[in-house]
Each structure stands twice: as structure tokens, then as C-alpha cells.
Design a protein around this ligand. Structure first.
Ligand code: PGA
Length: 244
């Protein structure tokens, strides 16, 4: 269960969140828990999560180790502060910051090279769904991105299906719609990396996940976890998603 805080919270607010969150997930051993705060809070989050099972991730990662890339943060910098994951290719990055299938692959490779677990996002826009192109978009994103990994690299990633029309809109994909998309993605994985890899890969659903819809989403065998934006900002709300 992963929380994506997007551009919210200061280090002090991060500490406050963890004070509330820690006791609520103390006994939650049924899943991995990852919180992805803004870069400026990574160190505070790692510190506040010490002694718990909660892991910390970044929301992006540069494709290079270092260099003249103003505004970017690299994998070694992220792991040096103790974070273990990085979201890659979030639809907000694709939509507002010109992220492409190609740069998503480069960032995924960099995350892997520098020891981070990439949470690689795919998902269609509203017009793509309405014109019946959902599967074609997912296949394109997969083939131009994840399919460029070796089987060993693939074994280390987590995939997140995030339909753009469901993000921050309050419109959750129905569990059936989400499961269909997950099946399509898993089908691509099977074709490229084989059945074992397809069975083993974790595919998270993201897009308006809330405490009251988590259980029905998680009831779908295709859905292995959730990537939560808005509802992960509040400790009680995110804890009740984790403990669905
Ligand atoms: P949301 O965001 O839960 O606020 O819809 C999900 C995401 O973008 O990861």
C-alpha cells in the first residue's frame, strides 16, 4: 500500500503525520507500506519511520547519477537519505512535465541501477478510454517502457495502474474496470516475461482510492495493492486503507 503525497506537507508536518500513523499500522503485517513525500521531506520521513515497517519513497528520480540537470534529484541522492522506492512516470509528470514513455524507461532503469524499487505508473486519459483505446494505450506504455527491462530488472519493479480520469477527481474506476486493465497489463507481462513473472508482479491500482472503497477494490484478485494520493495525507485515513 503506497501513499503519494504529491506536493503537500513540510518536514514538520511529516513528523506529525508519522506520530499519528505509526501506532495505527504497528500490527499491519499483511502488506508492505510505502510513503512517498516530496523530496524535501524524505530525510524527515525516513527518520520518523525508523523502527517500523514503513518504507519511504521519492515521487520521481533522475535518469542520471549526477550532472548538470537543474531541478533533478538522482537515485544515489535518494538512497543516501535512506529511501528505498521511487514513483516513476506518474500521470501528473507525463501530463504537466513532459514525461514520455522514453524518459519513464530511463528513470526506471536509473532507479534500478541505484538500488531503488521503482513504482512504474501507466494509465489512460479520459478521451482515450472514451474512444475505446484504453488497452492500446496500456500496451503502448508497456512496450515502450517496462518491456525494455531485462527479466532480472523486471522482477524488482512494482507497476501502478492509474487511469488519469480517476486521479484526484473523486471518480474511482469500478473494481471491474480496474481489474480489466490490470488483466491487460498482466497479459503483456506474460507475453514478454513469462507466466511466473506475470503471477509474481504486483500491480497497484491508483485513482481516488479512499477508506470506503479499498475493500471492494482489493477484493479483485487482479489488484495487489493501491497507490493513494489525497487519502494518504491523513494518518487515520491512510491507516484505514492499509488495514482495509
Ligand atoms: P488520488 O491520487 O488518490 O488523489 O486520486 C492517486 C495518485 O495520483 O497516485
Amino acid at each position: 500500500m503506497a501513499g503519494n503525497w504529491k506536493m503537500y506537507k513540510t518536514p514538520a508536518e511529516t513528523v506529525q503525520f508519522f506520530e499519528k500513523f505509526r501506532p495505527l499500522v504497528e500490527k499491519s503485517e499483511h502488506c508492505e507500506i510505502v510513503i512517498c513525500p516530496p523530496f524535501t521531506n524524505l530525510a524527515a520521513a525516513v527518520d520518523a519511520a525508523k523502527g517500523t515497517r514503513v518504507r519511504v519513497g521519492a515521487q520521481n528520480v533522475a535518469w542520471a547519477k549526477e550532472g548538470a540537470f537543474t531541478g533533478e534529484i538522482s537515485g544515489p541522492m535518494i538512497s543516501a537519505v535512506g529511501a528505498s522506492h521511487a514513483i516513476v512516470g506518474h500521470s501528473e509528470r507525463r501530463q504537466y512535465f513532459a514525461e514520455t514513455d522514453e524518459t519513464v524507461l530511463k528513470r526506471t532503469l536509473a532507479a534500478l541501477e541505484f538500488g531503488l524499487t521503482p513504482i512504474v505508473c501507466v494509465g489512460e486519459r479520459l478521451e482515450e478510454r472514451e474512444s475505446g483505446h484504453t488497452e492500446a494505450v496500456l500496451v503502448r506504455q508497456f512496450r515502450n517502457g517496462i518491456a525494455g527491462l531485462t527479466p532480472e530488472q523486471f522482477a524488482r519493479i512494482v507497476i501502478a495502474y492509474e487511469p488519469v480520469w480517476a486521479i484526484g477527481t473523486g471518480k474511482t474506476a469500478t473494481p471491474e474496470i480496474a481489474a480489466d486493465a490490470h488483466r491487460a497489463i498482466r497479459g503483456q507481462v506474460r507475453e514478454k516475461f513469462g507466466k511466473e513473472a506475470a503471477d509474481a508482479v504486483r500491480i497497484l491500482y491508483g485513482g481516488s482510492v479512499k477508506p470506503d472503497n479499498t475493500r471492494t477494490l482489493m477484493a479483485q484478485p487482479e489488484i495487489d495493492g493501491t497507490l493513494v494520493g489525497g487519502a494518504s495525507l491523513d494518518a487515520v485515513s491512510f491507516a484505514s486503507i492499509v488495514n482495509f
